[in-house]
Design a binder for this molecule. Structure first.
Ligand code: GLU
Length: 336
């Protein structure tokens, strides 16, 4: 690594690049601060790294999807393969940060560390968190402690394995945590205290072919249950173009009996069903969920509905069958 590590910043939009009318407003417009200005606003950043900035998108992450994820993943692969770059930082909206980080973990085989970061408050807000998060993201991958070619999320002083990040709050500053594990590092001032834990998921890079071949991602829906719903959510679901379905069930994967019966029928007609939970810290195992496990009804382990849907999508994209998909998900219920 050069004396001052060379970090490439890829900016995609989100609150971190938003500009509000006043310092006390959370409303703002996206993309008002371009990537270079973002870097210039962070005091001390240039002391720890030589940061080059590039704008990829200027949107809220609710408007990002497979097209943008592929573009981002390809750019990360390209940059981390270059001798000119020691690491990549991605600025992103917070709302779908967990999907982006999990997607990158599953499809990329980066050669250098990658840190995603974001902000809960726009750049113009009192106590904006974006500058500190950006500083810490650059710091995290600029030290010699986190040099693995892995995907991390750095938020609010915590370095979190990308695949484990979950967003827990709508507006709080401390809205991100690692689940089911814990942070692999904490940042105090300009120090990274790393605990040496792995940053990658147990199946990191396993879907590299999806990226290499630009495979199309099939439709997978999520149905979320409410108390007293009976089997209504399934009866009103038009799954004609869906090859996969995720149920955000109750607790550890329970659901009304009438719905469990209907799911068994659906799974026999060629749609792979994953049972997850509407809670934020999910555990669904074969012996905790209501419908019996089969090759086509699979417990999500520690994965929440949105991460389950992403993994199911990738698995279907490469043509895996139900029993192979069940094995894939079992990586997320043990030995982490
Ligand atoms: N909804 C926007 C997004 O995800 C703003 C949320 C944020 O960045 O905090 O990009």
């Amino acid at each position: 690594m050069a004396i001052r590590p060379r970090i490439q910043l890829l900016s995609t939009g989100g609150t971190i690049s938003g500009f509000g009318r006043t310092a006390t407003e959370t409303a703002y417009e996206y993309g008002q601060i371009d990537a270079c200005d973002l870097v210039a606003t962070v005091d001390g950043l240039n002391h720890i790294a030589d940061v080059q900035a590039e704008t990829l998108f200027e949107v809220g992450s609710e408007n990002l999807g497979p097209v943008q994820w592929f573009k981002l993943a390809n750019r990360i692969e390209e940059l981390t393969a270059s001798d000119e770059v020691d690491g990549v930082v991605v600025t992103h909206g917070t709302d779908t940060l967990e999907e982006a980080a999990f997607f990158l973990d599953l499809v990329c085989r980066p050669k250098k560390p990658v840190a995603l970061t974001a902000a809960m408050r726009p750049a113009t807000a009192l106590s904006a968190d974006g500058p500190a998060n950006l500083y810490q993201a650059v710091l995290a991958i600029s030290t010699l402690k986190l040099q693995g070619p892995e995907i991390f999320v750095v938020m609010n002083g915590q370095v979190i394995p990308g695949w484990q990040v979950i967003k827990t709050d709508s507006v709080a500053l401390s809205s991100f945590c690692a689940y089911p594990g814990g942070a692999v590092g904490q940042i105090v001032n300009s120090n990274l205290l790393a605990n040496g834990g792995p940053g990658s998921s147990p199946i990191a890079g396993q879907f590299h072919d999806v990226l290499r071949k630009g495979l199309e991602l099939p439709n997978v829906d999520i149905i979320s249950l409410r108390g007293g719903c009976g089997n209504r959510p399934i009866l009103s679901w038009d799954g004609t173009d869906c090859k996969g379905l995720v149920i955000a069930g109750f607790g550890a994967g329970t659901m009304p009996d009438s719905l469990a019966t209907k799911l068994a029928e659906i799974s026999q007609s060629g749609c792979v069903v994953v049972v997850s939970s509407r809670l934020s810290r999910v555990i669904v195992l074969s012996d905790t969920m209501s419908p019996g496990e089969s090759d086509e009804i699979i417990p999500s382990g520690f994965l929440n509905p949105q991460k389950s849907a992403l993994l199911l999508c990738l698995a279907l994209a490469v043509g895996l069958n139900g029993s192979d998909i069940a094995k894939l998900f079992s990586n997320f219920s043990s030995n982490l």
